[in-house]
Design a protein around this ligand. Structure first.
Ligand code: CTP
Length: 319
């Protein structure tokens, strides 16, 4: 029943009101927030109709052999060869098999985290998921350091590690990965053509330096399944963002999901500018049609789920 009414309010998902950048309608309270466990179970069950995160979080070794040719998920005309290195790094079994947690944090990369003091609270969760290899050490008091699962779009190599042009870029990268120990490093390698060289270099560095990190490469059906779930609930998201993907996957493993660093707006509720990323100067056109994502619409959906007790969204300071 609660799920039906959830779907009904998702139907009303026109994001026109937030297109003008008026984030002020999202003034929500974390005080008095309470988990709605039956809704959490309902959502998990419904998502399971579309995907099983245990399986879809990564392809496994037995799915391919070296030399196999696959089609990119979002670019079906282009193909990728499964290399020896890639095959060596495919997990034997899902890295999330039988893993269950009471509380999880999904940490987005918005500048809203700066000055939040949320580091301790984030690190207190049983399982912490982060996006795009975001740096943590320099921002520990606001974002924490615990990283059990971290995503890495191939473009990160270019954006944050100088395309591995210098030895020092490669060293910096190897150092960053070695800090992850045996956490899961999730690389969407099969989405679109363009990043295959970067993925190969990353794979080669992991093997050469015998890094302990546990690599995972999302299944070919994951993104379609996630999109299908949200579409069925009338949330029209063509390309779910990494953050939304992580929330969707986490519903399988986590009883209570807390979101931090989700704020796809240029200003906070007091009108103060907010950086797109807490750690760099990347600019982003939140409302542009050129962007593949519709983060404000995603945010609106997450905000509604917060109000219903399905997840907890923190966009202010942690005390
Ligand atoms: N995010 C947000 N508000 C921001 C920046 C990021 O809500 N100002 C969330 C989004 O869900 C995003 C996630 O945090 O997917 C991780 O941020 P980022 O690394 O910037 O992801 P992108 O590279 O922008 O998007 P993607 O990897 O999904 O293409």
């Amino acid at each position: 029943d609660s799920y039906m009414s959830l779907s009904r309010s998702m139907i009303n998902s026109s994001d026109k009101i937030i297109r003008k950048g008026s984030s002020s309608i999202f003034h929500h309270s974390v005080e008095g927030w309470k988990i709605n466990s039956s809704l959490v179970l309902e959502i998990r069950k419904n998502i399971l109709r579309f995907l099983d995160a245990e399986r879809d979080v990564s392809v496994v070794k037995s799915s391919f052999k070296p030399g196999d040719v696959i089609h990119y998920v979002l670019d079906r005309r282009r193909t990728l060869n499964i290399s020896q290195d890639l095959h060596r790094l495919l997990p034997e079994v899902s890295p999330m098999k039988n893993r269950r947690f009471k509380t999880c944090a999904v940490v987005g990369n918005s500048g809203i985290l700066l000055d939040s003091g949320c580091g301790k609270e984030i690190d207190n969760h049983d399982f912490v998921i982060r996006c795009n290899l975001a740096p943590v050490v320099e921002f520990a008091s606001d974002v924490g350091t615990k990283s059990d699962f971290i995503t890495m779009n191939p473009s990160v190599v270019q954006r944050a590690f100088g395309g591995f042009r210098n030895e020092s870029d490669r060293e910096k990268f190897v150092h960053r990965l070695s800090m992850l120990n045996d956490s899961v490093l999730w690389i969407p390698a099969f989405m679109v053509k363009g990043g295959e060289k970067h993925v190969e270099w990353v794979n080669a560095l992991i093997l050469k330096n015998k890094l302990k990190v546990r690599t995972a490469y999302p299944s070919l059906r994951l993104i379609h399944a996630v999109r299908g779930y949200w579409l069925t609930n009338k949330v029209h998201i063509k390309r779910p963002s990494t953050g939304l993907l992580m929330y969707t996957l986490a519903t399988r493993f986590c009883d209570e999901i807390h979101l931090y660093g989700f704020w796809p707006f240029p200003k906070d509720l007091n009108g103060k500018p907010v950086k797109y990323h807490y750690y760099d100067d990347l600019k982003y056109r939140y409302f542009s049609n050129a962007s593949p994502h519709r983060m404000p619409l995603e945010f609106k959906t997450l905000y509604m789920l917060h109000n219903r007790g399905a997840l907890k969204l923190t966009t202010g300071k942690c005390v």
